[in-house]
Design a protein around this ligand. Structure first.
Ligand code: ATP
Length: 592
């Protein structure tokens, strides 16, 4: 589903199910030992923590009336040991569970990142990148609390509840039944708000995602924003996006905070009830010490119960995030190796497009394309903007799959070979050359990590990039930032050209590779290009016709079809569409 706008909420493609929790278990399992040990430690801690009211009962009912000072000291000693045990266990638990929680988060994030690297172009075409980012960073982080504390708390709170209930029952069964009167009310509150809570957290994650997408888009487009002085307008949009995030947050929190006050009220009411009933029962099987100890346990009883309520909240929130995370993990790459895919042997470079039909969605972009290319030929694609040139070459690297017909290399259908063996033998220079953060050397070496510095420099020299790189302060070791914003567009193209060439591909695709390069550099590059292209099959897309005059064949693409083809001389001789284009460019150059 297309979600290609920051203010469009994402629909969940998978409904809520317990399978998300089961899948989470796969990440939790490797830490089973530490978790079990921590649970054991925590059980010890909560056991020690619960002994307090029992000691008070002993003191009030036995030691004080008997004037047993030594006994009182003994009880105090036990109490101190219990408190220390609890403190030490808590410290261990915090350290251990932070480690476990973050290891789990790291593993989830690693899997997500690895999966993202495999997803096809169509996935990235269909959604704002900010929405992808928010899943990998924010949603995964949001699981941290649940993983670090939630699970352990669940077990220890359940244990505490049992122990407290045990103590309460051992003190007095009637009082315990009185105290339990609040329980159905508590269960009803939780049940009633459950769905509203889940929906509110889903909405919140949508709004967070929208806000992230807008911030991401705004940062990417900041230069255009400033050039068109759109700051005020953008601020208004941001206010709207941010306001809707705030509103949904307040709503989610309002619902969540219904739990605590409800528990507080229920606990106050039950304690009052127990006091009233208990006082009436004093002397009738209930001692003062027993009543004080019972109320002590009753106050304690609601804390783990409230914690369980909070754990339930945390699970509900985490579920909203888990659904998004697993939905992305389940996103299938549309371009995959066939089950019986073979390795593409070392190619010679023969290429055939046979009756190729293609569209990005339902709209047909390419209609019955037939191209036959012999190894070593240079094929130029020219034509109007949006006519389908980039689309044709994208099919050759299988960035998208054809909808009809086939693309063959050396008579092998590219859908029958592994993607890696296909793409390793192709060099693609995309229209929008991407520069990564790092040095110029790193950027050129990007596609062939084992290339020596000398090979990198030779590639740069071949594409005429060497002079400008050498003139920089740190030469090839100059740091460039992401997208290469410290470089000119021509410089970015030259670096990207060198990167493509260094990979030494048998088939070379150059999409507007030299469009931003000055005429003088381009002329020098043109001279070397013949040597560079020798022995390689190449596809060159260019609007500047001077770039492609020496191509073996020029294909003129119009509305997804090949309008005409031939060498430069043939097409000029035919006074065709190409001739018109050529004339027009010459005229504009002359005027210029
Ligand atoms: N990722 C995409 N998703 C949907 N439609 C697309 C996508 N990429 C291109 N198109 C559409 O396909 C058509 C052909 O685009 P293509 O990029 O192949 O044109 P082109 O001839 O290379 O244009 P240009 O000279 O401007 O680079 C256009 O109408 C464009 O709108």
């Amino acid at each position: 589903m297309a979600r290609n706008k920051f203010d469009v909420d994402e629909d969940l493609e998978t409904p809520f199910s317990l399978t998300h929790l089961k899948r989470l278990m796969v990440y939790i399992k490797p830490h089973k030992k530490q978790i079990i040990f921590t649970v054991f430690i925590m059980l010890l801690a909560s056991g020690a923590g619960l002994i307090g009211p029992y000691l008070i009962k002993q003191a009030i009912d036995e030691k004080i009336p008997n004037g047993d000072i030594a006994g009182l000291f003994q009880l105090a000693g036990i109490f101190i040991v219990a408190i220390l045990t609890t403190a030490i266990c808590m410290k261990y638990r915090i350290r251990m569970m932070s480690q476990v929680g973050h290891s789990i988060i790291e593993a989830i994030r690693k899997d997500l990142f690895t999966h993202l690297q495999k997803l096809s172009f169509s996935f990235y075409d269909s959604r704002p990148h900010g929405k992808i980012l928010v899943r990998v960073v924010n949603y995964v982080n949001s699981l941290s609390d649940l993983l670090s504390n939630g699970l352990i708390n669940l077990i220890t709170d359940l244990f505490s509840l049992m122990v407290i209930l045990g103590f309460m029952l051992s003190i007095d069964v009637k009082l315990t039944l009185m105290a339990m009167a609040g329980f159905p009310v508590f269960a009803a509150v939780i049940f009633i708000i459950k769905n509203a809570q889940r929906r509110s957290w889903q909405t919140l994650s949508n709004k967070q995602s929208n806000m992230n997408a807008y911030i991401h888009e705004s940062i990417n487009g900041i230069k255009v924003t400033q050039a068109f002085t759109r700051e005020e307008e953008n601020k208004k949009i941001f206010d709207e996006v941010s306001n809707s995030y705030r509103t949904s947050w307040l709503k989610a929190v309002r619902i969540q905070f219904l739990v605590w006050p409800s528990i507080e009220n229920i606990s106050v009411l039950t304690v009052s009830l127990v006091y009233i009933g208990g006082i009436a029962m004093i002397g009738d099987g209930v001692s003062v010490g027993a009543l004080v100890a019972f109320v002590g346990y009753l106050w304690m009883f609601w804390t783990p119960l409230a914690n369980l309520g909070n754990f339930y909240n945390a699970i509900i929130n985490a579920m909203a995030y888990l659904e998004r995370i697993f939905e992305m993990m389940d996103e299938k790459p549309t371009i995959l190796d066939a089950s019986n895919a073979k390795e593409l042997p070392a190619i010679k470079g023969k290429v055939d497009f046979k009756d190729v039909i293609f569209g990005y969605d339902h709209q047909k972009i390419l209609d019955q394309i037939n191209i036959h290319v012999e190894p070593g030929e240079t094929i130029a694609l020219v034509g109007a903007t949006g006519s389908g040139k980039t689309t044709i070459v994208s099919l050759l690297s299988r960035f998208y799959d054809v909808k009809g017909g086939s693309v063959e290399i050396d008579d092998v259908d590219i859908q029958t070979v592994t993607l890696a063996s296909l793409r390793k033998q192709m060099g693609v220079m995309l229209q929008d050359p991407f520069i990564f953060s790092g040095t110029i050397m790193d950027n050129i070496r990007y596609g062939r990590l084992d290339a020596t510095d000398e090979e990198v420099i030779a590639a740069a020299k071949a594409v005429q990039a060497h002079p400008f790189i050498a003139s920089m302060k740190d030469g090839y070791f100059t740091e460039v930032n992401e997208r290469g914003s410290r470089l000119s567009s021509g410089q970015r193209q030259l670096i990207s050209f060198a990167r493509t060439l260094l990979a030494d591909p048998k088939i070379l695709i150059l999409d507007e590779a030299t469009s931003s390069i000055d005429t003088e550099t381009e002329l020098a590059l043109q001279k070397g290009l013949e040597t560079l292209l020798k022995g390689r099959t190449s596809f060159i897309i260019a609007h500047r016709l001077s770039t492609i005059q020496n191509a073996t064949r020029i294909l003129v693409i119009n509305k997804g079809q090949i309008l005409e083809e031939g060498s430069h001389e043939e097409l000029i001789g035919r006074k065709s569409f190409y001739w018109k284009l050529h004339q027009a460019q010459h005229r504009s150059l002359d005027v210029g």
